[in-house]
Write a protein that binds this ligand. Structure first.
Ligand code: SF4
Length: 394
């Protein structure tokens, strides 16, 4: 079975990436033919305005992947943009994919919905300003030729400035939180590239005729779309693409130091690139059971983020002891965190070391991904030849 998956290069990887994605990839490479790619073109669907850090981010991902156990002897590791065949197949698939299939994509629908909410907010603001603007015009010490036209012009300008002010942070950010929108949603993602990115995902999978794609539940609609595109192509031009299956994997949701989902944007993550000292400081800042204020107070390990880490990084017998001593109050949070830090470091230290060694010879690492991209290209170009032939393009 051929298994393929990719990841956007958003920078250094954290523990959440490992438990959510990479750990599964590492085990898959022992059982199947595997291809893993850095999806740098996908990074542009939302972050096309800021590409200054793109190359650095790609390098960080390459370092983490290999340090975490992705093995170029077992898997093809490659960079999406180095296999230009993806772009040609993207163009060809764009010709056969109905626009309505893309507009049903939940991510796209969310973005559109947010735009509608913003436009509602703008309409309400406009309505609320009308009387004030009328009053303002009536006080202008000049003869007004067309009262209504001037009123509309001022309202247009004021409401446009209002929305801009919201996004530029001049107004309470709570308002944005309530609307659940970001500046990015509003300005950056209403593009052809964003609408079409599921087609590019279909290309990434089908160009290698992958049979299975490890994904989270939120990605299921994309796999379904890939299958639909494969079916449509096969129907129009003859059997070419297998319909890939989603490989759903249960992964523990790792929380960050503040108890929320671990994420770069929450600034709560522990990175593989962090030094021992940085990890220690982060562990000491971990949220714990808020009712356990001091040693002696009984705690509730089931709601404590530190205990979640003990279950992953501390020896089983010790975990039982910690659970008991936390509940009785015998164990204090500072000591508990220290034990957790020791267990965590046992895992992080060798990875950090491997990462540092890899960094010393970036040329070698780049060669690994160049060779992988060449291997990927060999597969992709064969598929493309078949596609061109079936579509009478040669
Ligand atoms: S003792 Fe440990 S498990 Fe219990 S609340 Fe404190 S940090 Fe959490």
């Amino acid at each position: 079975m051929r298994v393929l998956s990719g990841m956007r290069p958003t920078g250094k990887l954290h523990l959440g990436h490992y438990f959510g994605v990479i750990k599964n990839w590492v085990s898959l490479q022992d059982k199947h033919e595997t291809l893993f790619f850095v999806a740098d073109w996908h990074a542009l669907t939302t972050a096309y305005k800021k590409t200054s850090e793109l190359q650095e981010n790609i390098k960080e991902v390459m370092l983490d992947w290999v340090a975490l156990g992705l093995d170029p002897k077992k898997s093809i590791l490659f960079i999406q943009s180095k296999v230009k065949e993806h772009a040609e197949l993207f163009l060809l698939f764009s010709m056969i994919t109905p626009k309505s299939w893309l507009e049903w994509n939940p991510t796209y629908k969310d973005m559109k919905y947010n735009l509608l909410k913003i436009s509602d907010m703008e309409i309400q603001f406009r309505g609320g300003m009308r009387d004030l603007v009328k009053e303002f015009i009536s006080k202008i010490p000049y003869k007004v030729e067309d009262f209504e036209a001037l009123e509309e012009l001022i309202l247009d300008e004021v409401s446009e400035s209002f929305v801009k002010a919201v996004f530029d942070g001049y107004l309470e950010s709570e308002m944005l939180k309530e609307l659940n929108v970001s500046k990015r949603d509003f300005y950056d993602t209403d593009t052809y590239g964003f609408l079409g990115y599921p087609v590019l995902q279909a290309v990434d999978i089908l160009i290698y005729k992958a049979n299975a794609v490890p994904v989270g539940e939120d990605q299921l609609p994309h796999i379904e779309l890939t299958r639909e595109i494969a079916r449509r192509f096969n129907y129009l031009y003859g059997d070419t693409f297998p319909e890939p299956e989603a490989l759903l994997t249960e992964t523990p949701k790792l929380v960050g130091i503040d108890g929320r989902k671990m994420s770069k944007s929450y600034n709560n993550a522990i990175y593989f690139a962090d030094s021992k000292n940085e990890v220690e400081q982060k562990v000491m800042r971990f949220f714990t059971d808020p009712q356990k204020l001091r040693k002696g107070d009984p705690g509730r390990p089931e709601i404590c983020p530190v205990f979640m880490y003990h279950k992953l990084f501390t020896q089983d017998e010790k975990v039982l002891e910690i659970e008991r001593d936390c509940r009785s109050g015998k164990l204090g949070c500072v000591e508990c965190k220290r034990i957790m830090f020791e267990g965590l470091e046992k895992v992080l230290e060798p990875i950090r070391e491997k990462r540092e060694n890899l960094r010393k010879d970036m040329k070698h690492l780049e060669d690994i991904f160049d060779e992988g991209s060449e291997k990927a290209r060999n597969i992709a170009s064969k598929t493309l030849e078949e596609v061109r032939e079936k579509m009478n393009l040669k």
